[in-house]
Design a binder for this molecule. Sequence first.
Ligand SMILES: Cc1cc2nc3c(=O)[nH]c(=O)nc-3n(C[C@H](O)[C@H](O)[C@H](O)COP(=O)(O)OP(=O)(O)OC[C@H]3O[C@@H](n4cnc5c(N)ncnc54)[C@H](O)[C@@H]3O)c2cc1C
Length: 494
Amino acid sequence: MPILIKTGPSIKMLRTRVYKSILQWSSRDVQFMLGSSSTTRHLNQTSNQKSSSIVQAENDGPVLLDFENSRPFRQQTMKQLMRSWTILKLCSHNFIVDNAEKFFLLGRRVVPSSLFQRIMASTFYGHFTAGSDAQSSKPTIHALHEAGIKTMLMIPIENVFEDAKEKEKAFADNFQSILGCVEMIAELEPRGFSQLKITSLEDIKLYKELNRHLIDFETDHKEPGDWDIGKVASLVKEKKFQELTFSDLSEADSKSFQTLLQRVDAICQAGQEKDIHVMIDAEQTYIQAALGYIILVMQAVYNQNKCSVFNTYQCYRKDTLDKVKADQALGERLSFKIAGKFVRGAYMIEERALAKKNGAEDPINQSYEKTGEMYHACVDYVLPKIKKKDAFFMFATHNEESVEYVTKQLTIHDIDIQEENYCFGQIYGMCDHVSFTLGRYGYRIFKSVPVGTIDDTLLYLTRRAMENKSVLWRTKKERLIILEELKQRGKGNR
Ligand SMILES: Cc1cc2nc3c(=O)[nH]c(=O)nc-3n(C[C@H](O)[C@H](O)[C@H](O)COP(=O)(O)OP(=O)(O)OC[C@H]3O[C@@H](n4cnc5c(N)ncnc54)[C@H](O)[C@@H]3O)c2cc1C
């Protein structure tokens, strides 16, 4: 007799069990909350005060963001709240994040496929991903809009490793996927962002080789001869890719570089034609000079009148402010506007280990505080340019202090909180209380949202969780705010 697996009831039973264990499990968070009497009093006093969906500043002074007490999760359903709490609790455990990839791969092997898909859809995948395609992502993107949040879309693409078979096909497929992402965001979020890693378009060996020739010019842009950014940009603008020759490169690398520039150019052109911002991620130092160079060439072509192509600056590096200043000077020389996102940086452990192994200077700031100082110094440097509409920057951070720092500086620089040339950025499913609060106060905030099938996104999600471990460790506050929201609902306050 065939064995029937009834997936429906088991999911329901699983869900009920999860909810029950939340109540038991959360008791430690509640104890933490009760233990901090001032926090509790503050929450009770103010939890009913604000009922409109957008908070208005009462005077011209800086708007003080209230991440805890403004009920940032008021628009979430009970199911979403419980799921968020559970996932954040799980992700706060190092063991789970470190081994997530193994768990997912094992689950995919041993659990029947449809059951596995349903478990993922109602847990990790549902928490961190909008949907599998444009159509299924619409409800999530609509819900974010309702909360005053816009979308920066990205299609997870796995790295093509050096020993991969059919590499050329993989690069060509990735190129088509990225063009598809630009199309999708144009449909879902007019004037939104398409986020991508350009390392998915060519062999990592080529980036390393480019980096070797460009590393000395990252902070002054006196690239010699063939590398001159102005000359390369002119040829790219005229689509004369075959005329791009680099005597420092082998013939094969020169050809690959032509193809790479052609692909990145096609993506940036699609972005400009569809009025979409193309946001290019930063990666490891051993290829970052190459990425920065390609982005500057594209900015010289596409950022003449408005900011279309975006770089990423990692503030954990010691030379970040110097790089921003050098890019700005180049922009002034070649008449284009610089644009980018500021992040703290995701590869610190790898960078430090590599520097130690090579006996090289550690490129990373010596402490977390120094990275914060660098972040704020970069904010200070670009705000006057944003004010004059000469630059466009996304402040991508989950750090409440940095978010508050930017909001205060916006006021000091008399920049409207709806000014088009700045925005905040956070990852969907991480520090949502910060994003919802920013949206509620009327600031421009974009969530980086992955769209893709469960199979396509799971490994990407585990990598992203590893890269953002420091953020996932610190979810206690977000979980407390979720519990407080659940408590308010229990008292009948919507
Ligand atoms: C929308 C968005 C896009 C992103 N895109 C990229 C990208 O393209 N490339 C990329 O590399 N990262 C990217 N990140 C990740 C980002 O770099 C950070 O890893 C992550 O956001 C955590 O930093 P934080 O400011 O949010 O939080 P925080 O917890 O305040 O900062 C943690 C970060 O501080 C730095 N840090 C921690 N300890 C030390 C120390 N001892 N010394 C020096 N520095 C230290 C590290 O960078 C660490 O990641 C992105 C993040 C967001 C929100």
